[in-house]
Write a protein that binds this ligand. Structure first.
Ligand SMILES: NC(=O)c1ccc[n+]([C@@H]2O[C@H](COP(=O)([O-])OP(=O)(O)OC[C@H]3O[C@@H](n4cnc5c(N)ncnc54)[C@H](OP(=O)(O)O)[C@@H]3O)[C@@H](O)[C@H]2O)c1
Length: 302
């Protein structure tokens, strides 16, 4: 085992499959302690065992979280803040890309599920773990977007339609949430300038998603994914960029950038650089947060 991340703690969401699981393997292989934040305890433990087969000395901890639930995100953050004295890298890898959704499905917090999982969750989890990240500087926050956004060069944040109340397509909702991730990252990087905490976003390219990850999809979409696999890179290859941004000293000071699978800094669409939109998105995201007090009330009334 390489020791270059020895003593560093990394939290990665969606750690039980695909790119997330490969990133766990690579970072554990560098000696990092990795918190695997997974929706299912069982799938998380299974993935953990697979990584341990490769790196028996790996320091891994599975924690459960449903990122579409703010109460669950509070619970994860409480556990991390209680049991860990440091957090060096926070990787927001998990995402909902259930393209079979025909209508907006609201979470228990009243937010459209894809926006809640892919944008509000990273927004809230970052906020709840920021003190720990600041106590561990130099530290890094990594968000994940998608190369598919190139198909939407004029896409912007649709503030009148954050919950899909005016029109809805799951595909558009997904790319909308991924554009929000880019803007959130740029904004966060500026807000954190000078603190020693960096924020960067990865533009994930076509990465093979196996059929067993897509049980809910209709046949025609499965065929599309099969076609996509023929032009995809492997999750392990994509995870190399996660590992690079999480560990390489060369990028330790760089913040507020979008990166491709070849570890190159790239540009996003023009709208994504609008600071007014960043600020409006920040405020709109804050409005979608449920206060801890009201969550406590909700638990108590259950
Ligand atoms: N694959 C691609 O071609 C591609 C392209 C562009 C961007 N991306 C991005 O790359 C990232 C990783 O995707 P992947 O390809 O590795 O897909 P994946 O294997 O399906 O991984 C997605 C992960 O997110 C987790 N997740 C989804 N909803 C969750 C929730 N509510 N709470 C907690 N965890 C949740 C999943 O957990 P479960 O096992 O419980 O479902 C899974 O671990 C995502 O951000 C995705 O948007 C992928």
């Amino acid at each position: 085992m390489n020791q270059t991340m020895k003593g560093k703690v990394v939290l990665i969401t969606g750690a039980n499959s695909g790119i997330g699981k490969e990133a766990v393997s690579q970072l554990a292989g560098l000696g990092a302690s990795v918190i695997m934040a997974c929706r299912s305890k069982e799938r998380g433990e299974q993935a953990c065992q697979e990584v341990l087969q490769r790196f028996p000395e790996a320091d891994l901890k599975v924690m459960t979280v449903d990122l579409s639930s703010q109460a669950s995100i509070y619970n994860l953050a409480d556990q991390v803040n209680t049991y860990y004295r440091r957090l060096d890298v926070l990787i927001h890898n998990a995402a909902n890309f259930d393209l079979s959704l025909k209508e907006p499905a609201l979470t228990g917090d009243g937010v459209e599920t894809i926006f809640a999982t892919n944008h509000i969750a990273p927004f809230l989890l970052t906020r709840l773990l920021l003190d720990l990240l600041k106590a561990s500087v130099p530290s890094r926050i990594i968000t994940v977007s998608s190369k598919g956004l190139m198909v939407y060069p004029t896409l912007d944040i649709d503030f009148e339609n954050l919950n899909g109340e005016r029109r809805y397509s799951a595909q558009r909702a997904y790319y909308h949430s991924k554009l929000a991730q880019i803007m959130f990252t740029y904004d966060l990087a500026e807000r954190l300038a000078g603190t020693g905490v960096t924020a960067n976003c990865i533009q994930v390219t076509n990465v093979a998603v196996p059929d067993e990850r897509l049980p809910q999809l209709p046949g025609w979409l499965k065929k599309m994914y099969a076609l996509k696999r023929s032009i995809s890179i492997t999750p392990a290859r994509m995870a190399e960029t996660y590992t690079y941004l999480a560990s390489d000293p060369a990028v330790g000071q760089i913040s507020g950038n979008l990166w491709d699978e070849n570890n190159r800094q790239i540009k996003s669409n023009r709208n994504s650089y609008n600071r007014e939109t960043w600020n409006k998105l920040w405020l709109a995201s804050e409005k979608m947060l449920i206060s801890r007090d009201s969550l406590n009330d909700r638990w108590e009334t259950k």
